[in-house]
Design a protein around this ligand. Structure first.
Ligand SMILES: Cc1cc2nc3c(=O)[nH]c(=O)nc-3n(C[C@H](O)[C@H](O)[C@H](O)COP(=O)(O)OP(=O)(O)OC[C@H]3O[C@@H](n4cnc5c(N)ncnc54)[C@H](O)[C@@H]3O)c2cc1C
Length: 331
């Protein structure tokens, strides 16, 4: 067990690889660790025998805590709470943080409720002031930001918005020691068992974690035209997003929906195609680093938040963009 103050960062491992958002959380944990005088432990919870990806141990953390349990073959938030809570209670980390992924959004509140401690979700800034932890997050569909200060109970639990806490170059260092703990919970003591996970067919890139998103609205006119977005996405290595009416019409799955009642995204590049820019859509994407809008209406509100605007017919512009990007990127 590690001595002194600790920050625990839950690293999500999928198919033997650590999720980029977990590397971001590990990076944020180390920055915060510097402010709090705490060491960082990367926590990986898996079924017995799973390998720990090298980048988890090599990213500058003090140790890796590998918690194993047969109930963790697939993601199961209730099993994770059962497995994590006793470890947290015995090792007393100051902070437990993780990415605001689908899994993190389910696990963090369950863990906070189980431990009876505070939780700040979808944070875009965290820092320590006079030993107190503060976290900032958007509220009211991104129209305002709120800063939380945690009270005295520990640990403070946080989820971090993907694509915000970007790691710089990680200096090559020694691999952190891995401590393996086998959780002692009878399998029939778990209230929920995942029997099967069925992956959606097709593109696997989750829009909340994508660095580039090409997103389509009602201006795409019919579902077949989303093929133009798929082709551009293929060339750019992007994910395809959508506005709500597109999803309501059944043209795209709900997991593609960007906005207040969909997903919140912060990619490097968001290309909005035939999207008007209603506030409920902007709530989900206005923190993108660069926004390009294509719309035939020069007065469309999306142009108010766009860094670059193209006024014209998206169905004519998309094939040209795809061809030009292909020339440049596939040289
Ligand atoms: C409580 C609530 C929650 C909501 N949550 C969400 C949400 O999460 N996400 C979301 O997106 N919306 C949400 N909405 C809906 C939102 O208010 C808008 O209705 C929606 O975002 C509009 O989608 P759109 O821009 O695709 O369609 P439209 O508003 O119909 O805009 C289509 C745009 O395409 C342009 N266009 C048309 N043809 C072409 C062409 N050939 N070439 C180029 N441009 C063209 C038009 O000029 C227009 O600007 C919510 C609404 C409510 C009330």
């Amino acid at each position: 067990m590690s001595e002194g103050k600790q920050i625990w960062v839950l690293a999500e491992v999928l198919g033997g690889q650590v999720k980029p958002v977990s590397l971001e959380a590990l990076h944020a944990g180390q920055t915060l660790g510097g402010e709090l005088g705490a060491t960082v432990t990367a926590v990986v919870a898996t079924a017995p025998g799973a390998e720990i990806p090298e980048d988890v141990a090599n990213c500058g953390v003090a140790r890796v805590l590998h918690i194993q349990h047969a109930g963790l073959e697939t993601f199961n938030s209730l099993a994770l709470v059962e497995v994590l809570a006793p470890q947290v209670q015995s090792q007393n980390p100051e902070v437990v943080m993780m990415g605001a992924t689908n899994h993190g959004k389910e696990l963090a509140p369950a863990l906070a409720a189980r431990l009876g401690v505070g939780l700040a979700t979808d944070c875009i800034e965290i820092h320590a002031e006079g030993g107190m932890l503060k976290a900032r997050r958007p509220v009211y569909a991104g129209k305002a930001h709120i800063t939380f200060q945690f009270g005295d109970t520990r640990p403070c639990i946080l989820t971090l918005r993907p694509n915000v806490f970007r790691p710089g170059e990680t200096p090559a260092g020694d691999a952190a020691p891995v401590e393996t703990v086998t959780a002692d919970i009878p399998e029939n003591g778990l209230r929920l068992k995942v029997k099967e996970v069925v992956q959606a067919a097709g593109r696997k890139l989750d829009i909340t974690e994508a660095r580039i998103i090409v997103s389509g609205g009602m201006g795409m006119q019919k579902p077949e035209n989303f093929q133009l977005l798929e082709e551009l996405a293929e060339v750019l290595g992007a994910a395809v997003g959508a506005s709500r009416p597109v999803v309501d019409n059944g043209w795209r799955e709900y997991s593609n929906q960007v906005g207040q009642t969909g997903r919140t995204v912060s990619p490097d590049l968001y290309i909005a195609c035939g999207i008007s820019g209603a506030v409920q859509h902007l709530a989900g994407m206005s923190s993108s680093r660069c926004i390009v809008a294509i719309n035939k209406d020069p007065n469309a509100p999306i142009f108010d938040v766009a860094d670059y605007g193209i006024v014209g017919d998206v169905l004519e512009i998309l094939p040209v963009m795809t061809a030009e990007f292909k020339k440049v990127l596939q040289k």
